[in-house]
Design a protein around this ligand. Structure first.
Ligand code: ADP
Length: 621
């Protein structure tokens, strides 16, 4: 007999399960049934494709047994089962790095936290909301030895070899004192109907009831054993839409996605023709917690003729739709389709294209609060789509929302932008930065504000810096980064020439003071209130690459900036007259550093900056 200690994090998780998540205890059954169904899915595939199992008379089934006298509940399946290593890896370890993130995400709000459980693949442990002790007796298909894994949900578990005839898993749950409600057959039926009605396999309930025979004094109590099927046992997506109600879709979603919230939206499609397939897709109301993790778990299951093939293929949908949950069931793919074949398969490619179209249509069709909710959860990830999915770019751009100088609070669509702005020029202006409230005061957009031209404020800097320059056009309006072009000018060309001439000596002296820190110092026509601003040199081929390389985690070479100064600003006019060299040196640095700060950039010599400010203040006072 081997005793094992759970990893430290697991201890924390268990404590949480047993003490904090009281509000929705019943979901433990949904989690166990969903695991059983997955295990049967896996064996079903072997049964159909593997010579070793083809002969076995087998039908996938889940049994739930209530033993009132023993105060226990048993959930068993005839699925794939687990061997000793599987038990250690799957039930004894924080298998997925996600669990750590799960623990960090806990809010203390029991309802929200319960919702997180399933998303992190910690479903099995929800059993400790109701269990005093759990035994998992399991035998892996094709192997000789069976094992029993036992734990009381404290720091330790124990694994020992046992005898079990058939492959599959039995989960024996010794119920806690306050979990006796789960000994009631009605209660179990109610829970199964609520969460697991459309699990594709039969769920049988076995229990004992008391019946009475005879009349009056003759009346005798009799214990009767009952067994009955308590779910529909039809894969929901195979049913015609007309037979399905909203609740059916919601119930199926909740067990598929381990989510206690109803989905934001869903779309069910049956395609018949040269290719036959069914798709059912859902958008979770709350974005999956691992949305921005490289090791996110994909949410779409692939079936072939209702036989489960895979649930961890990230190619079934494009990466940017990784938040979608659902099922694809194809009539045409071969059962023994491998991951490699899937990637190059024409049938799969067609299904995928069609699926993406359907999902985007569903999103576009969302209205009012639902659409706003979508934007709040998924706008950023949809930007990846605008960058990656060229075929559907226009639709994605219609879905995206932006912060804008036109609106303080609300987000705007590109369509709204087009309807409000200069349709002669057909240009969509945007500024990229970190913080929209700061960007609203950026010197780079002063001239636009003055001229009444709307600028989109893209404040997901890392992703916007890659996505926005790649967009090109929307409805033949060109996207223009305001930091890379001449703004609407307040000056005529002659005025500009003249002021440039007059300021030439100052520009040269400023450049001399700043040295290689800047590529050039020049007159700006984009400024109204600020004395200076910095812009990138668009003629430098590295300017565009810089952001892209950073995004990919590569060291990017520094592209020198251009300092622009406002010829009409009083500060500049005074500086032009100044003969004091030390003052000019300080001023040059301050003009450059404060312009960088205004764009939310880092300044290298922070101590120097602070010192210069102090000196300037002393002089002023
Ligand atoms: P999840 O189901 O989200 O992966 P769980 O904690 O519920 O997370 O289960 C962890 C793993 O344990 C499963 O992924 C599966 O590999 C294994 N497992 C759980 N229940 C069973 C079962 N009844 N039969 C076979 N394997 C199981």
């Amino acid at each position: 007999m081997a005793k094992h200690a759970f990893q430290a994090e697991m201890g924390e998780l268990l404590k949480l399960m047993t003490h904090s998540l009281y509000s929705n205890k019943e979901i433990f059954l949904r989690e166990l049934i969903s695991n059983a169904s997955d295990a049967i899915d896996k064996f079903r595939f072997l049964h159909l494709t593997d010579e070793r199992f083809k002969e076995e008379a087998w039908q996938g089934k889940i049994n739930i047994k209530i033993d009132e006298a023993d105060n226990s509940l048993t959930v068993s399946d005839n699925g794939i089962g687990m061997n000793e290593q599987d038990l250690i890896d799957n039930l004894g370890t924080v298998a997925r790095s996600g669990t750590k993130a799960f623990l960090q995400q806990l809010s203390g709000d029991a309802k929200k936290d319960a919702n997180l459980i399933g998303q992190f693949g910690v479903g099995f442990y929800s059993v400790f909301m109701v269990a005093e002790r759990v035994d998992v007796i399991t035998k892996k298909a094709g192997e000789e030895q069976a094992y029993k894994f036992s734990t009381e949900g404290t720091g330790e578990y124990e694994i020992k070899p046992v005898i079990k005839e058939a492959h599959g898993t039995v989960i024996y749950i010794k119920l806690k004192e306050d979990a006796k409600e789960f000994l009631d057959a009605w209660r179990i039926k109610e829970i199964v109907r609520k969460y697991s009605n459309h699990i594709a396999y039969e769920i049988m309930l076995h229990y004992t009831t008391t019946e009475y025979e005879g009349e009056g004094d003759e009346c005798k109590e009799k214990k009767v054993n009952k067994s009955e099927q308590i779910n529909e046992a039809t894969a929901l997506w195979t049913l015609p839409k007309s037979e399905l109600k909203e609740e059916d879709y919601v119930e199926f979603y909740q067990s598929l996605a381990h989510d206690s919230e109803p989905p934001l939206a869903y779309i069910h499609n049956k395609v018949e023709g040269t290719l036959e397939y069914t798709t059912l897709f859902y958008i979770p109301n709350t974005a999956p917690i691992d949305l921005y993790r490289a090791d996110y778990e994909p949410g779409v299951k692939l079936y072939v003729k209702r036989v489960f093939i895979t649930d961890d293929d990230k190619e079934l949908l494009p990466v940017y739709l990784r938040f979608v949950r659902g099922v694809i069931d194809s009539e045409d793919l071969p059962l023994n389709v491998s991951r490699e074949i899937l990637q190059e398969n024409r049938i799969m490619a067609t299904i995928r294209q069609h699926s993406v179209k359907k999902i985007l249509e569903m999103i576009k069709g969302l209205e009012g609060e639902k659409f706003d909710r979508f934007v709040s959860q998924y706008n950023k990830v949809m930007k990846e789509g605008a960058y990656l999915d060229f075929t559907n770019r226009e639709t994605i751009l219609e879905i995206l929302r932006f912060k804008s100088t036109h609106e303080e609070q609300m987000l705007v669509s590109l369509q709204e932008y087009l309807s409000r702005n200069d349709s002669e020029k057909k240009e969509i202006y945007y500024l990229i930065g970190d913080d929209a409230s700061q960007m609203r005061h950026s010197p780079l957009i002063e001239a636009y504000k003055k001229a009444g031209i709307e600028v989109l404020l893209c404040d997901d800097k890392e992703i916007d810096a890659v996505v926005m320059p790649s967009l090109g056009e929307y409805k033949s309006w060109r996207f223009v980064d305001v930091s890379t072009v001449e703004p609407p000018s307040q000056m005529s060309e002659e005025e500009r020439q003249a002021s440039s001439e007059a300021l030439k000596p100052l520009l040269e002296r400023l450049k001399e003071k700043l040295g290689d820190a800047v590529k050039e110092v020049r007159i700006s026509s984009r400024l109204a209130d600020s004395p200076s601003c910095v812009v990138k040199d668009t003629s430098d081929p590295m300017a565009g690459m810089e952001a892209l390389m950073r995004q990919m985690g590569q060291e990017a070479p520094k592209v020198p900036l251009i300092l622009e100064i406002n010829p009409t600003h009083p500060l500049i006019e005074r500086l032009k007259e100044s003969k004091e060299d030390a003052l000019l040196d300080e001023a040059a640095h301050l003009l450059f550093e404060s312009a960088k700060l205004a764009e939310g950039m880092e300044i290298e010599d922070k101590a120097g900056f602070a010192k210069r400010i102090m000196q300037m203040m002393q002089k002023a006072i």
